[in-house]
Design a protein around this ligand. Structure first.
Ligand code: 9D3
Length: 258
């Protein structure tokens, strides 16, 4: 996949492929990232690409002409591509979007700065994406998050085992707890089941912990899932044990979040 990022900070964006899975995706020829400096398309001697907002008010607006020219150059470079603007007005980025975008042959990603782009460039944009409801200083870190997440879904970027596990084990759930050596650390032991060598019991314990963590911390994620019979039973057990641990059985209280 080719990704072209249009930005005022190309050196910042390129950092994303210096480490980890995005780096390996580039080395394996699965990903080509290039960033394009919007200032190179400025119409002005001082290379500025911002101007004051019509209607007044604080802050500056990205001019449409440099953005349109940079978009045209990016399209020439990568061919037909989905064009995405990283924007606080965008749809929240989700794993569903990440997996969909990883199928594309090319992406063009526009990073806003200042108060955002002149609204008239919106016609050249297919999709607006946000990282969520908090304020960033610009779209670059959001674009880097998108590149990182997409690179994990390029065929061959993860070990085959890993991706298969990710798919089948606990899609849509929070992770189960992890432990490593030593077995006994500052008075706390590793759960006995993980030392048992009984792979079926371990898998059931992990699924139960994943279901339980999701129920406790992100009940909204459970709403969207269809659990199989074993998962329903494991979650019932987890909830029953959590109630006992909370002393709710004797006192007939309810779940702490209720
Ligand atoms: C403080 C300025 N805000 C006035 C109400 C509007 C605003 C403009 C530009 C807020 C943020 C930004 C820059 N942010 C992004 O470009 C951005 C972003 C974000 O801020 N949060 C989450 N996802 C994203 S994607 C791009």
């Amino acid at each position: 996949m080719k990704i072209e990022v249009l930005t005022l900070f190309p050196e910042l964006v390129e950092q994303v492929v210096r480490y980890g899975i995005p780096r390996r995706a580039v080395e394996a020829g699965l990903l080509a990232l290039s960033s394009r400096d919007i200032r190179d398309y400025s119409e002005r001697g001082d290379r500025r690409v911002d101007d004051r907002p019509y209607g007044g008010g604080p802050g500056m607006v990205m001019e449409p002409e440099p953005l349109a020219r940079a978009l045209a150059a990016a399209r020439l470079a990568v061919g037909p591509a989905r064009t995405i603007a990283m924007s606080p007005q965008g749809e929240p980025l989700s794993q569903a979007w990440v997996r969909r975008l990883a199928q594309e042959p090319a992406l063009i990603v526009l990073c806003g700065r200042y108060e955002g782009a002149d609204e008239r460039v919106a016609g050249g944009i297919d999709l607006e994406l946000s990282l969520g409801d908090f304020v960033l200083s610009g779209g670059e870190i959001a674009a880097m998050a998108l590149v990182d997440a997409v690179s994990r879904w390029l065929p061959g970027a993860l070990g085959h085992d890993q991706s298969a596990q990710c798919d089948s084990f606990a899609a849509g759930l929070l992770d189960h707890p992890h432990y490593t050596r030593p077995e006994h650390w500052r008075g706390r032991r590793v759960p006995e089941v993980l030392l048992s060598g009984d792979h079926r019991r371990i898998a059931r314990w992990r699924m139960k912990q994943a279901l339980g963590a999701t129920w406790l911390k992100r009940p909204d994620l459970l709403e969207g899932l269809v659990l199989n019979d074993e998962q329903v039973e494991l979650l019932r057990e987890f909830i029953a044990e959590a109630a006992i641990a909370n002393g709710e059985v004797e006192h007939e209280q309810h779940h702490p979040t209720a």
